[in-house]
Design a binder for this molecule. Structure first.
Ligand code: ADP
Length: 297
C-alpha cells in the first residue's frame, strides 16, 4: 500500500467533526475520493498535503510518517489545488522553476532541464515567457499539472480537478494527468463528480459526513447496487408519493405520465422492473445507506 491512513480525526475549533476515525489504505494507481459537498474531502486533502494537522491519527506515505517527516514528504508529494490564482504574477517558466525549488530540487542545472522538459510535455514551452495571468484557462490548468509533477512525485493529490470544465476538457485533463505522471505513482482525485471516478480510477472510496461508506473498485460498488434500481411509469400523484419516500434519480416525461428511476433495497408498492445500475445509481444508493454497514474489503 502506498498510503496508509489510521484512525484519522479532524475536529475544527468550532467543534465541527469533519473527519471521523478514517481508516483507509490507498494503493498506487488512480484513486478516486468521491463525496458530496461538505463530506470532508478538502479537509482530508489539506491534511494529506500537510497544510493542516489532524486532531488525531496517523498517515504513512511510501514509508514516510506524514506528521513527523514533513520535508521528506514534500519531496514525494505533488499537489494540484482547485485554485491557481497564486501564480499570476510569475512568467510561466519562472513559476515552474519556483515550484521546483519549493519541492526540494536544489541543483540549478538539473532543475532547468526538468522545467524545460515539463513545459514540452504539457505543451507550454512556446509560451514559457508569458505571464501566467495571461494564459488561457486550459493553459493555466496545464501549468497547474506541471507544477504538481515537476519533481516527479510519488503521490499526486488533485482537489476537485474538473470544477468549471466542460466534459471534453475534463477528459483531456485526466488524460494529460495520467500521461505525465510516472508508472508507480499514486494519484488521488477528490471530486463530487461520479463520472470523473468511473472513467479513470481503478480504486475509490466514498466519503459521506466525515466517514468512509465504501472502499473498493468502481465495479464492486456497482455490484453492490445490483437489484436496487427500479424503473417504472407513474402519474403525477404517484410521483409525488414516491418522491416523499425514495430518491428518484431520473424523471423523463412520457405523455402525461413520467418514466422514473428509483433507488431502493425493496420497492414493491408499485409495479416496477429492475434495471442494471450505473455508478451514479450506486453512488446515490450508498449515500442513502446507513454508514459503515457496507465497508468493503
Ligand atoms: P468537502 O470538501 O467534501 O466539500 P470540507 O472538507 O470542505 O468538505 O468540509 C467538511 C465539513 O467541515 C463541513 O461541514 C464544513 O462546513 C466543515 N469545515 C470546513 N472547513 C472548516 C473550518 N475551517 N472551520 C470549521 N468547519 C469547517
Amino acid at each position: 500500500m502506498s498510503i496508509k491512513i489510521k484512525n484519522l480525526n479532524k475536529i475544527y475549533p468550532n467543534g465541527n467533526h469533519a473527519l471521523k476515525n478514517i481508516n483507509l489504505e490507498i494503493p498506487s494507481g488512480m484513486f478516486g475520493l468521491l463525496g458530496p459537498n461538505g463530506a470532508g474531502k478538502s479537509t482530508l486533502m489539506r491534511i494529506l498535503v500537510a497544510l493542516m494537522e489532524p486532531t488525531s491519527g496517523e498517515i504513512e506515505m511510501y514509508g514516510c510518517n506524514l506528521l513527523k517527516e514533513r520535508r521528506e514528504v514534500r519531496r514525494i508529494l505533488g499537489y494540484l489545488p482547485q485554485d491557481f490564482r497564486f501564480f499570476a504574477k510569475y512568467k510561466v517558466a519562472e513559476f515552474l522553476d519556483y515550484a521546483a525549488r519549493l519541492s526540494g530540487m536544489n541543483d540549478g542545472k538539473s532543475r532547468k532541464k526538468a522545467v524545460a522538459d515539463m513545459l514540452e510535455q504539457v505543451g507550454l514551452y512556446e509560451v514559457r515567457e508569458r505571464y501566467a495571468a495571461n494564459l488561457s484557462g486550459g493553459m493555466k490548468r496545464r501549468l497547474g499539472i506541471a507544477q504538481a509533477l515537476i519533481h516527479e512525485p510519488k503521490v499526486i493529490i488533485v482537489d476537485e480537478p474538473t470544477t468549471g470544465l466542460d466534459p471534453e476538457e475534463r477528459i483531456r485533463f485526466r488524460n494529460l494527468l495520467t500521461q505525465v505522471s510516472g508508472n508507480d505513482t499514486t494519484i488521488i482525485l477528490s471530486t463530487h463528480i461520479v463520472g470523473d471516478v468511473s472513467s479513470s480510477c481503478n480504486n475509490m472510496a466514498l466519503l459521506n459526513k466525515g466517514e468512509i461508506s465504501f472502499r473498493g473498485s468502481p465495479e464492486s460498488m456497482l455490484k453492490r447496487a445490483e437489484g436496487k434500481v427500479w424503473r417504472l411509469c407513474v402519474n403525477d400523484d404517484d410521483y409525488q408519493a414516491i418522491n416523499q419516500k425514495y430518491p428518484i434519480i431520473a424523471t423523463i416525461p412520457n405523455g402525461d405520465m413520467w418514466d422514473i428511476q428509483v433507488v431502493a433495497d425493496k420497492f414493491d408498492e408499485y409495479p416496477a422492473e429492475n434495471m442494471p445500475p450505473n455508478l451514479e445509481h450506486a453512488y446515490v444508493y450508498f449515500m442513502e445507506k446507513d454508514l459503515n454497514l457496507w465497508l468493503n474489503d
